[in-house]
Design a binder for this molecule. Sequence first.
Ligand SMILES: C[S@@+](CC[C@H](N)C(=O)[O-])C[C@H]1O[C@@H](n2cnc3c(N)ncnc32)[C@H](O)[C@@H]1O
Length: 289
Amino acid sequence: MKKRKTPFDQIVETVEKEGYLPTELLTRLPKHWRRVGTVGIIELHTQLYPWREDIGHSYLSVLNELTSIVQKIGITTETIRTPGLEFIAGNPNTVTLHKELGCKFWIDALKLTFSTGNHAERQRLIKIVKEDEQIIDMFACVGNLSLPISVHHPTIRMKGIEINPYAFSFLERNILENHLEERYEAILGDNQTHTPENWAHRILMGYFEIKPAQLEVALGALKQDQGGILHTHGLTTHKQPTSWQKEIDRIIKAKYYNFQIGSIDRRMIKSIAPGVNHFVDDIEIVRIN
Ligand SMILES: C[S@@+](CC[C@H](N)C(=O)[O-])C[C@H]1O[C@@H](n2cnc3c(N)ncnc32)[C@H](O)[C@@H]1O
């Protein structure tokens, strides 16, 4: 029986037929792509850059569910994070509706971060949260980590803080789109000054450059008579949860004497580059007297 052609086989065939790319470079075409809503994200070898627009059109001609193609150009490090993408083909309007885990996320896939590689973490959070919890998402973006929790748990109350007005506008839109306005409050501003105190059972800190001042704010945001859980994200090549522990112990000694670290559990979320992993630490903060 003849093997059915995969979408990638069809893309290679299209590029070959159109004849713009030197034959020896056909093997460099990306076999995988990610999708946020109707925006396809590809990573091109630098040798393919001169033909990126044509290549983008070839992918679009086969992948009918997509309207735009953007290419990955590395991650940026400024506070208001742009995902390091460049538009290459199709509809230049990259605002799209991404559906995942029963949630609807409106997002500008070119300008804002939505990591499809964090899917398992979004799923895990839905499983581990408890009914009636109050949760703060200190780096909310468009609701990437916190919307699925709210959608799946009607008894949970959420506050999401976002510093970038453009991301915040999508967060507000997504709260309405998912009918969460009664139990999800979006707060525009810097989490160092806009995080409520003594309110949360759990705090999401999905950001790679968490500052000690933000850990201090997070400890102050936990329910002071109970403690709670911090989910701190970071990049590492090591397996041991050393960095946050030292910093949190220092803050606890200086300011939150009734708290103590109960446990730290680290899990790897995804590989970012050879030898560099995105991790999350579940840090249990307990009240000791
Ligand atoms: C990399 S995105 C991650 C989104 C989501 N937490 C996740 O893990 O998928 C981080 C978001 O945090 C926001 N952010 C960075 N610093 C902030 C601050 N000081 N206060 C509030 N939001 C901040 C950025 O604008 C961005 O939208």
